[in-house]
Ligand binder design. Structure first.
Ligand code: 3PY
Ligand code: MG
Length: 267
């Protein structure tokens, strides 16, 4: 089976940079897959896309060196299994709050006897290879999201569930829960996510986190996170376009870009 290179990076103590796709497009998925990111996550929770678009995006990511991950909308075993069948090498599941939910989630990601994933590997065979079914359990990753107050309280019980490959923190939902909003400072949720990071690290379970961009991602790496998501595709697209426009407007205000001249020339 095709190796899961992010498992190897994590085992070697290396950081994983994870792209995040909210735009439903195979073309932009392929572009982000070629960005140098080690993994790329198709976001079916908050992304503007559905299963049929996610399938095309997973196919596009397959043409790149990045490992294909998905974030599912919720703890929905049939949906999780279908996305694994579509070739996802890891599933990030939001709002996991208890050991019971964790067990249900991990079971959906594993074929029997470790779990209850149903047989029907479909595209997993095309992307993973002919031995997909035999090797899937040790290759695909089950990644619960920790982003509720209950999950923070019960983190040791959650981490005790066998088969968790990583935990992923949703800092914004955690801020809603613990700080009453997403503005800064986020005193309580920052302390909580640091405690989760330490609890996971102590057990050798890697911890990932969503970040606003590269600057925050660098700080999170220094804090001890093993996987960072430096903002989503839409944020990068709009940020860089705004910067380009701002630069052109600034040049025009200095009188050296000729925006008006371009307009009157009819281009
Ligand atoms: C959160 O910050 O809550 C997230 O889920 C990020 O994707
Ligand atoms: Mg969230």
């Amino acid at each position: 089976m095709r190796a899961n290179t992010i498992r190897k990076r994590l085992a070697d103590g290396k950081t994983v940079i994870n792209g995040w796709l909210s735009i439903g497009s195979g073309y932009s998925a392929e572009g982000i897959g070629h960005s140098g990111a080690h993994a790329v996550t198709v976001d079916l929770q908050h992304g503007m896309l559905d299963f049929s678009m996610a399938l095309h995006m997973l196919q596009a990511i397959s043409a790149t060196p990045a490992m294909p991950l998905v974030r599912v909308p919720s703890l929905d075993p049939p949906k999780i299994m279908q996305l694994l069948d579509a070739g996802a090498y890891g599933v990030i599941c939001p709002m996991i709050s208890s050991p019971e939910e964790t067990r249900e989630f991990v079971a959906a990601c594993r074929y029997p006897p470790q779990g209850n994933r149903s047989f029907g590997p479909s595209r997993g065979l095309l992307y993973g290879g002919g031995d997909y079914v035999a090797k899937a359990n040790e290759t695909v990753m089950a990644i619960p999201m920790i982003e509720t107050a209950e999950a923070v309280e019960r983190i040791d019980e959650i981490l005790d569930v066998p088969g968790i490959d990583m935990v992923y923190i949703g800092p914004n939902d955690l801020a809603f829960e613990l700080d009453g909003g997403v503005s800064v400072p986020r005193t309580k949720s920052e302390a909580a996510l640091d405690a989760v990071l330490k609890a996971a690290t102590k057990r050798g379970i890697p911890c990932g986190i969503f970040c606003s961009g590269a600057e925050e991602a660098n700080k999170r790496i220094a804090q001890g996170f093993c996987l960072v998501t430096p903002g989503n595709d839409f944020a990068h697209l709009t940020r860089s376009m705004k910067e380009a426009v701002a630069q052109l407007v600034a040049e025009d205000e200095r009188g050296d870009a000729g925006l008006e001249r371009t307009a009157t020339n009819g281009y």
